[in-house]
Design a protein around this ligand. Structure first.
Ligand code: UGA
Length: 393
């Protein structure tokens, strides 16, 4: 068998769907006149490579052309994609290890990476392992966040401090320190989608318990977003109707304007549903994007918010300070650095009293805020006596 000589990418965009990769495969089949190595880069359902192979073989117009499919999933994160690419923890290449042509294709792609990645960081595997690894890796990362978020609820109930607990857990080198920041919930285009993809595969393989286990990671994420909203409502004397709530941050994490699956959508919807006006500021998210996300652009948790409500109850501010002016409460939903250095003393003076801060990212100096007179709620931290007083969850 001739060894394929050229590499061609499939699904270089994130989360390519069936129609996308199938049409890409059909195009490759139509234009290929020589053997090809086709590299699957996107997150795809397990065994997509098999389907691509079939499409290529059945549609190739030139006889004798042979294809090798490789799975080479990306592990890049938004905001750090270039450094992740330049110095990856690992590169994973999956292919047909059981055939000579498959091994040759793997070696060809490995040689490309070895131009800048140390060879011991380039891992090879069979195709299905590589495809599944991408889903499982994201599921593991998301599971860590749901784990620490579940502990944050317990910390609040018992008087423990989730930051201290996470720090001590993370000092065990078997666990590691990263991805243990309690938050209002994880977002982004990948985690939830990949977990639900994993759940679907488990269910279709009859693995009910395994499917339930992974689904619970999403359940806890939804719980955390709801819990945050309920905490705001209960803390503010059980009603937020006609109250102004400054929302700092709308993106799913800092240093990006990406709002896909951002927890801000469910939190803002929950607050508006209970009658609050949200004064939102995010340094990178446009007003148009926020309005779209809060109306029909998102299919997350079901809050019955109409576009009329969004038109009336969403106000988009041009600065963090402007969002907070005259507000009853400030909530932090994205960990933008500029929120840490806001002139909180000046903010306090403009706010309706008692002035509340609900920190959904634990980035602010809570002791300092309390000194200034704020009532502060911080995720997974001992509860402010004011909030405890008849207002506990
Ligand atoms: C994630 C993975 O980290 C990448 O490895 C993967 O390649 C990528 O998905 C993908 O599949 O394309 P990304 O979605 O860019 O990358 O963002 P992360 O940095 O992983 O953060 C995801 C969410 O978890 C964010 O909402 C973030 O705020 C939240 N998070 C993260 C926490 O709440 N706590 C943490 O400790 C870490």
């Amino acid at each position: 068998m001739n060894t394929p000589t050229k590499t061609t990418g499939i699904g270089a965009g994130k989360a390519a769907d069936l129609a996308y990769w199938e049409s890409a495969a059909r195009t490759i089949a139509a234009v290929s006149t020589t053997n090809k190595i086709v590299v699957e880069k996107s997150t795809v359902p397990v065994r997509t490579a098999e389907a691509i192979q079939k499409v290529l073989e059945r549609n190739c117009v030139h006889t004798g052309v042979q294809f090798q499919i490789l799975s080479n999933p990306e592990f890049l994160a938004e905001g750090t994609a270039i450094s992740d690419l330049e110095a990856p923890d690992r590169v994973l290449i999956g292919g047909r290890e059981d055939t000579e042509a498959g091994r040759a294709a793997i070696a060809a792609l490995k040689a490309v990476y070895e131009n800048w990645v140390p060879p011991e960081r380039v891992i090879t595997a069979n195709l299905w392992s590589a495809e599944l690894t991408k889903l499982a890796a994201n599921a593991f990362l998301a599971q860590r966040i749901s784990s620490i978020n579940s502990i944050s609820a317990l910390c609040e109930a018992t008087g423990a401090d989730v930051t201290q607990v996470a720090f001590a857990i993370g000092r065990d080198t078997r666990v590691g320190a990263r991805f243990l920041n309690a938050s209002v919930g994880f977002g982004g285009s990948c985690f939830q989608k990949d977990i639900l993809n994993l759940v679907y595969i488990c269910e279709s393989q009859g693995l009910k318990e395994v499917a339930e286990y992974w689904r619970s990671v999403v359940t806890i994420n939804d719980y955390q977003k709801n819990r945050f909203v309920r905490r705001i409502i209960s803390g503010m004397f059980n009603t937020i109707r006609n109250k102004n709530i400054a929302v700092l941050g709308f993106a799913f994490k800092k240093d990006t304007g990406d709002t896909r699956e951002t927890p801000a959508i469910d939190v803002c919807r929950g607050l508006m549903e209970d009658g609050a006006t949200c004064l939102v500021f995010d340094p990178q998210v446009t007003e148009q994007q926020m309005r779209y996300d809060l109306t029909d652009g998102h299919t997350g948790q079901s809050h019955s918010i109409t576009s009329e409500q969004v038109a009336k109850q969403l106000k988009v501010s041009t600065s963090a300070f402007a969002a907070c002016e005259g507000a009853h409460a400030v909530i932090v939903l994205t960990e933008w650095d500029e929120f840490k250095t806001l002139d909180w003393e000046a903010v306090f003076k403009t706010m309706v009293k008692p002035a509340f801060v609900f920190d959904g990212r634990n980035i602010l100096d809570h002791a300092h805020l309390r000194e200034l007179g704020f009532i502060v709620y911080a995720l997974g931290k001992p509860v402010d006596p004011f909030l405890k007083n008849g207002n506990a969850l």
